[in-house]
Design a protein around this ligand. Structure first.
Ligand code: CO
Length: 190
């Protein structure tokens, strides 16, 4: 993990900007409100967007994650990254801007975790295959036909962009049980 140092010759406004934007970012955790917020579409892919993407990649890799949505680092924009290279050979890093699912097919249940709910795994039913469209970081339209782990990761990240977490996919009983256990864990950690 690299921590980028800010040069002392910079103005305080610049420092604030760099502090906010560079390097490994803080991952927001449940129950922070920003995670429940629906994100807004990215209007222009400028230098700040590129830096945000780089920082999100650094942040995700620092914690060995397989995906990260912009609102998980405090930016409520429709942007997420997916990197399955830790699990699958030759998996490319995918940057998805303003994505949407065009088609879904089948249904499969598997265990999932989330960087915003650390230490918790739960079985979630998702579509087996998805066809997703969006824009990449070069601003080009992309279309991905996905199945298996990639299909699951895409649905998980797109849920984030809609303000949905794993717990919103659970049965009400399971969710209540989770909340009680999680609160207890948070209290014990204090
Ligand atoms: Co997540």
């Amino acid at each position: 993990m690299t921590v980028k140092k800010i040069q002392s010759s910079r103005t305080s406004a610049e420092k604030m900007f760099y502090n906010d934007c560079m390097g490994v970012l803080e991952i927001r955790k449940y129950p922070e409100k920003i995670l429940k917020q629906k994100t807004t579409p990215v209007q222009t892919i400028d230098g700040i967007t590129q830096r945000l993407i780089d920082d999100m990649i650094e942040t995700m890799q620092a914690v060995h994650g397989v995906g990260l949505a912009a609102n998980q680092v405090g930016i409520p924009q429709k942007l997420c990254i997916i990197d399955l290279s830790l699990r699958e050979d030759k998996a490319p890093l995918i940057v998805l801007i303003n994505p949407w699912i065009v088609e879904r097919d089948g249904s499969v249940e598997a265990e999932e975790g989330c960087l915003s709910i650390p230490g918790y795994l739960t079985s979630i039913k998702r579509a087996e295959k998805v066809f997703v469209k969006g824009v990449n970081r070069e601003g080009k339209n992309i279309a991905i036909e996905a199945e298996g782990l990639l299909a699951r990761a895409i649905q998980h990240e797109l849920d984030h962009l809609e303000g949905l977490l794993l717990i919103d996919r659970m049965s009400p009983i399971k969710r209540e049980f989770f909340k009680r256990r999680y609160k207890k864990q948070l209290n014990e950690a204090k």
